[in-house]
Design a protein around this ligand. Structure first.
Ligand SMILES: Nc1ncnc2c1ncn2[C@@H]1O[C@H](COP(=O)(O)OP(=O)(O)O)[C@@H](O)[C@H]1O
Ligand SMILES: [Mg+2]
Length: 230
């Protein structure tokens, strides 16, 4: 792709990931190369079971690759221990799952403030930002609701707020609207892409919806362990 190396938020070279299952080696990622620039949007499509979630988890440092190199905002992940990877993730990354993964015993507001607490960044300004983002996402009257008291679309909007609260360099989204009806999904996505542009956050989104992929600047397909430009 020949991008300016200093403007790259994510570089991965020759990434492999295999699982061992019942004594058999199951190769899932077989030499992935990817570069994501500052503020750029990238989509990855692929059929179910092609390894999309595996790829996002490995890129985000939630799982380790079998081999290959990942450089996140200048940090080589293989050179960091698990605690250091966690700290880097908290500071630089947001992750949105298909099924919100909100903490059920905390309110919407508390879920959003959690990454600030973990990163030791709770300040009046940041708490205001949490409120502002939730209001922006149409949740002004839902701050004190628990996840079980929210609709699917509302939960995903809280998950988006949580992903952006630390002003991350890069957001990974794993089929973030895959669990919502079309109308709710489009509403959530529209506001998500608006925020992403405003905050100039890079985005890697996994989807099997071509309409969602069309919203990103770069589009890839994951097939038989490799990424192909669409
Ligand atoms: N922890 C695991 N152990 C063994 N196999 C796994 C594990 N996680 C995922 N797989 C297998 O890896 C393949 C890719 O899974 P996944 O990344 O979830 O695909 P996708 O997100 O594209 O649907 C699947 O065949 C799945 O069964
Ligand atoms: Mg998946």
């Amino acid at each position: 792709m020949n991008k300016d190396i200093d403007s790259l938020v994510l570089i991965c070279n020759s990434l492999h990931k295999s699982y061992v299952s019942a004594d058999t080696l199951l190769p899932i990622l077989q030499g992935i190369n990817l570069e994501v620039g500052l503020g750029e949007t990238v989509s990855i499509v692929g059929s179910s079971g092609s390894g999309k979630s595996t790829l996002l988890h490995v890129l985000a440092g939630l799982d380790r690759p079998t081999s290959g190199e990942i450089i996140l905002d200048g940090h080589v992940l293989s050179g960091l221990n698990d605690d250091q990877v966690c700290a880097l993730r908290n500071k630089k990354l947001g992750f949105i799952y298909q099924f919100h993964h909100l903490l059920p015993e905390f309110t919407a507001y508390e879920n959003v403030v959690m990454p600030l607490l973990i990163g030791g960044n709770v300040s009046p300004g940041n708490k205001d930002f949490a409120r502002h983002i939730l209001e922006r996402l149409g949740l002004a009257k839902r701050l004190l609701h628990y996840p079980a008291q929210l609709s699917g679309g509302e939960r995903q909007r809280v998950a988006i707020a949580r992903a952006v609260i630390n002003n991350p360099k890069l957001i990974f989204a794993d089929e973030p609207t895959g669990n919502l009806d079309n109308h709710t999904g489009s509403q959530v996505l529209e506001i998500f892409f608006e925020l992403q542009k405003e905050l100039k956050t890079s985005l890697v989104i996994v989807t099997h919806d071509p309409a969602i992929a069309a919203l990103t600047k770069y589009r890839y397909r994951l097939k038989e362990g490799s990424l192909y430009s669409e």
